[in-house]
Design a protein around this ligand. Structure first.
Ligand SMILES: CC(C)(COP(=O)(O)OP(=O)(O)OC[C@H]1O[C@@H](n2cnc3c(N)ncnc32)[C@H](O)[C@@H]1OP(=O)(O)O)[C@@H](O)C(=O)NCCC(=O)NCCS
Length: 397
């Protein structure tokens, strides 16, 4: 219990039965992006406020209450990931991810956000977390100031969020000389461990992600005429050590975020956005030859597919990455709720250039050392150049 400008501010664990409706109401009233363009983005957690962390190996949610009113909420998850280590090496680190921090608009600038973060950091520390990190929209001044200026986090990475609309009317044409194959989860796991395990933030429990019901599958693309040799998996030896893929290939996995939460746009811009949407749809329906990207309706709440683990090998794999992205957009057309396909890629990841995009938003990741980690180890991580690839965990989107 903390005494402050309130009679009392209580920070406690989330209790589904007692808090579900009130947290949902708070969430509905808190923008997650804005007000840069006077467009506000809100999330709707579809009756399950804990849905965004539920799929993580270890998670916790806290609420802040004042005079029986729920005024703030925060969520966190813990996992083991690949990270830069001193002397240019990389290894596993136990990290805590902070997400879903919301303070009711009427109670802001009274220290509630800071207290929620500190309480979550205590839970991290008691669970041997070495580093806490968070991601925010680069333009979210309140969030950046809170974490960086006030709570001692350092700016760390600036990955790009690439957004593509799902065309409601026509499927995208896929080149006939490209073969697309769906992999089993074991095979996908072996490929990720072989080719992406040195990527920053690669999760040790990649198998849990691939086997999660929200993960719709992993697909590879390669040129016709080349063979795709299946990878053996017999438990003891993975077989991936001996595996040789085609000269050029690409892979992607898809996560159905639309089943976890929906987004809602509100503000001044939606009217112009609505008019643009409608005119694009008309143009697309009657003059498909103009190939205007048909923008879906953002008036109603909408969901998206998240592409994760995008990886390619070979000098001529750019077209394979593009084809996989088109394939995923075609797949998304079949889902009623899904209006966007989104991915997040490290700022320096070369594959970024091959992913078609309609909008690119810059994310900002900030990090802090906990548990009396040597300040030098954080310095080492923050100063280390971003590796070629950054693995963005779909459970944290
Ligand atoms: C970001 C948010 C959680 C901050 O909560 P809060 O309870 O107002 O934060 P605090 O009162 O603890 O602020 C601590 C410090 O952060 C900084 N800060 C917070 N809000 C700020 C703002 N709007 N503008 C500038 N600085 C701000 C200030 O340095 C502040 O200290 P001060 O009030 O003594 O100047 C709240 O604005 C919010 O819910 N925003 C919408 C959702 C969101 O963006 N969440 C973050 C996603 S990561």
């Amino acid at each position: 219990m903390v005494q402050g400008p309130y009679k009392e501010l209580k920070i406690r664990s989330y209790d589904g039965e007692k808090d579900r409706a009130r947290v949902e109401e708070l969430e509905r009233g808190c923008e997650i992006v804005g007000p840069a363009d006077r467009v506000f983005l809100f999330t709707d957690t579809l009756g399950d406020p804990i849905c965004r962390i539920r799929n993580s190996p270890s998670f916790y949610m806290l609420v802040a209450e004042s005079d029986n009113e729920l005024v703030g909420v925060i969520q966190g998850s813990i996992k083991l990931v690949t990270m830069a280590r001193p002397h240019g090496k990389s290894g596993l680190a136990r990290v805590g991810y902070i997400l879903g921090l919301r303070v009711s608009p009427l109670h802001r600038r009274q220290g509630i956000g800071s207290r929620l973060v500190r309480s979550l950091e205590q839970w991290f520390a008691s669970n041997h977390v070495e580093f806490a990190y968070m991601a925010t929209d680069k333009e979210n001044k309140a969030s950046v100031k809170l974490f960086v200026d006030s709570l001692g986090y350092v700016k760390f990475r600036t990955p790009a969020i690439l957004v593509n609309p799902v065309s409601p009317y026509r499927a995208l044409h896929l080149p006939s000389h490209v073969e697309i194959k769906k992999l089993g989860t074991k095979e996908a796991e072996l490929l990720y461990r072989k080719f992406m395990s040195s990527a920053e933030f690669f999760p040790k429990d990649i198998d849990n992600i691939l086997e999660n019901r929200l993960s719709l599958g992993t697909w590879v693309a390669y040129y016709k005429g080349e063979a795709w040799e299946d990878i053996r998996y017999d438990g003891a030896s993975t077989g991936s050590e001996y595996w040789r893929g085609p000269r050029n290939w690409a892979m992607v996995s898809v996560w159905n975020s639309a089943e976890v939460f929906k987004l809602r746009v509100q503000g001044r811009a939606p009217l112009s956005c609505w008019i643009y949407t409608k005119s694009c749809k008309l143009m697309d329906r009657f003059f498909p030859c103009f190939k205007i990207p048909a923008i879906p309706d953002f008036v109603d709440p909408f969901g998206f597919y998240f592409m994760y683990g995008v990886h390619c090998e070979g000098k001529s794999s750019a077209q394979l990455v593009r084809t996989l992205c088109q394939f995923v957009r075609n797949m998304a057309r079949k889902s009623e709720d899904c209006k966007l396909v989104v991915t997040e890629i490290g700022a320096r990841d070369e594959v970024r250039l091959d992913i078609p995009q309609w909008k690119c938003l810059e994310d900002l990741w900030c990090i802090k050392a906990l548990n009396n980690q040597e300040p030098s180890s954080l310095h080492e991580i923050a100063m280390s150049p971003p590796t070629r690839a950054l693995f963005v965990d779909p459970r944290e989107v």
